[in-house]
Design a protein around this ligand. Structure first.
Ligand code: SAH
Ligand code: DHB
Ligand code: MG
Length: 223
């Protein structure tokens, strides 16, 4: 099956069902204009995050890796009234683009983009007693995935859903001897997830405008 066909199906689904609003489209347009890498979630994936947030009745959402705020807006617009989304971003320029996109979407009150290395911010959130979050989306640098996941569990409660993006990587995840640090990060993440007694988890492979990849989903089943 060709990549052209995967792209065509993503476009078809996006136009018919997903229907990103003008603020989401503008967020992508301005992210490209600002020279950000086009590695945001696809529109159908963004809608899935939005629907998961609504299924959770989410009032507290944590995102690791903001980029231009595209996934942030999908999830932020799904918050229950009075809800908050905190998104962690290490790159100042990315955070600035994101804040503008978030403001245009009318989400500045509900969404905070916190600048800094998430490996430092997440432990602070734990010690400050922030959380527990209802939904956590991990989508930053892939070598740190095992650590992000461990901190995410500490910021969770029974019922929290944790999603980790980009865990299949063209199928390279099965290559135990891969020298790609991102692949090794994902493999270690899977081991940490498998060993964590507080969660049940699965991974779904995906194709589409982002190629062949996938996401992991963990449900926290114990406090
Ligand atoms: N979630 C976004 C895409 C995120 S791309 C979307 O789908 O729209 C990954 C982002 O993670 C980049 O902006 C990158 O700067 C950020 N990042 C990388 N390492 C990080 C770290 N250690 N802490 C916080 N953010 C990080
Ligand atoms: C990359 C990062 C992502 O979060 C993604 O969805 C796709 C690609 C990357 O770093 O190449
Ligand atoms: Mg991603």
């Amino acid at each position: 099956m060709s990549k052209e066909r995967w792209n065509a199906v993503d476009r078809y689904v996006t136009e018919l069902l997903v229907k990103p609003d003008p603020d989401l489209k503008a967020a992508l347009r301005d992210s490209v204009k600002a020279g950000l890498p086009p590695i945001n979630v696809s529109p159908p994936q963004g809608k899935l995050l939005h629907m998961l947030a609504r299924m959770q009745g989410a009032r507290k959402i944590l995102e690791v890796g903001t980029l231009g705020g595209y996934s942030t807006i999908w999830m932020g617009s799904a918050l229950a009234p009075g809800g908050k989304l905190l998104s962690l971003e290490v790159d100042r320029a990315h955070a600035e683009v994101a804040r503008k996109n978030i403001a245009r979407a009318g989400l500045s009150k509900a969404v905070e983009v916190r600048l800094g290395n998430a490996l430092e911010t997440m432990p602070k959130l734990v010690s400050e007693g922030v959380g527990p979050f209802d939904l956590i989306f991990i989508d930053a640098d892939k070598p740190s995935n095992p650590k992000y996941f461990a901190w995410a569990v500490k910021l969770s409660r029974k019922g929290t859903v944790i999603i980790v993006d980009n865990v299949v990587r063209d199928g390279a995840v099965v290559d135990a001897r891969s020298r790609d640090e991102s692949v090794q990060g994902v493999r270690k993440l899977n081991e940490v997830m498998a060993a964590e007694k507080k969660v049940i988890a699965t991974t779904i492979q995906t194709v589409g405008i982002k190629g062949y990849d996938g996401f992991a989903m963990a449900l926290v089943v114990a406090d």
